[in-house]
Ligand binder design. Sequence first.
Ligand code: NAP
Length: 257
Amino acid sequence: MIVGFIGSGNMAAAMARGWAGSDAGDPPELLFTDSGSGRATALASEVGGGAAESNSELVEKSDFVVLATKPGALDEVADAVPPPKALLSLLGGTPLERVTRLFPDTPVLRLMPNLAVEVNRGVICMARPEQTDPELAAEAASLLAPLGTVIELEDKFMDAATAVMGCTPAYFAHVADVLIRIGIEEGLQPAESLAMVSESLAGSADLLRHRTPFEIRVAVASPGGSTEAGLDALEEAGGGEAFRKAAQSSLTRMRGD
Ligand SMILES: NC(=O)c1ccc[n+]([C@@H]2O[C@H](COP(=O)([O-])OP(=O)(O)OC[C@H]3O[C@@H](n4cnc5c(N)ncnc54)[C@H](OP(=O)(O)O)[C@@H]3O)[C@@H](O)[C@H]2O)c1
């Protein structure tokens, strides 16, 4: 199985590292292109794949082509390549209908992965046209399985999904950064503070599989205690509202409002 990435940026690198680092099954062979930066060659030598001379060469050689450019490059790429055997579009805020119109002879699936695919703990939302061959959809799902949890969605929900799972690793990283700095200001070693915060995030994520967010809050914040004081201050500073605004701004940008 050959997977070719048109575009070798952040998300292509994360998915490629996820496949290269996985010990589940046979990893796909990987091919890459870029628009001249040299990132394709660098990524190929990092993960053990190859760089193609052109998008057309990559398309001809690949079983699945991953469209991993920014959305603005879609028309230019579509104009210049032969029909891929199957196309996985990562383009944010770009409905399936728009991509299928440009690739009428190709089965197209839309994916919204998050950066944690790099460590095989990603979420990958997948939308497909109704007429998609079920065998192809199953093949794509099993190809993606080593990268994390695959969730099938209707295309109309992909923007919402992007706001809650695509963008959020950056929000969690922002919260982590603030907490790590506080630990350091209070005298912890940077590595200690990082370990405490990252393990707390990982443990809280596991807890969320067993308990509701409300239950976790109540169990940690005893009345009159230090966590309650912290939560009160967070609300007073608009903590919850700030995240609502962040998600809303992402949705507005995606929808081009
Ligand atoms: N980053 C995320 O966490 C994330 C999450 C979900 C979805 N996505 C989606 O994934 C896509 C890529 O995002 P990104 O963050 O990886 O962007 P990025 O880091 O800017 O990478 C874009 C890549 O596309 C290449 N490119 C542009 N035009 C090209 C062309 N005509 N032919 C071949 N390659 C071309 C660029 O080449 P150069 O290297 O030469 O500039 C670059 O390697 C976007 O559509 C985004 O919405 C990203």
